[in-house]
Design a binder for this molecule. Structure first.
Ligand SMILES: [Zn+2]
Length: 75
């Protein structure tokens, strides 16, 4: 995959996504992504973005101040 920002090669890997919803913080670990080797831009595939939205939605309902979710265990 190519980086959308600078066009360099992006390598497959895992990242941690942090979503700050003001009243709560949702941390999703082990999220599959592509990371640009040049500018460190993180690129997610459509599947991962969709899954991430669902995780954030269900985490919102729990309304804990901080939610830490391991993607590899829920997806
Ligand atoms: Zn880049």
């Amino acid at each position: 995959m190519k980086c959308m920002k600078c066009g360099a090669t992006a390598q497959q890997g895992l990242t941690t996504n942090v979503t700050d919803l003001q009243d709560c913080l949702i941390i999703v670990r082990n999220l599959p992504c592509f990371k640009c080797l040049e500018c460190n831009e993180i690129i997610y595939t459509g599947d991962v973005i969709q899954q991430l939205e669902e995780i954030i939605d269900s985490a919102k309902k729990v309304m804990q101040e901080i939610s830490i979710i391991d993607y590899s265990k829920v997806a």
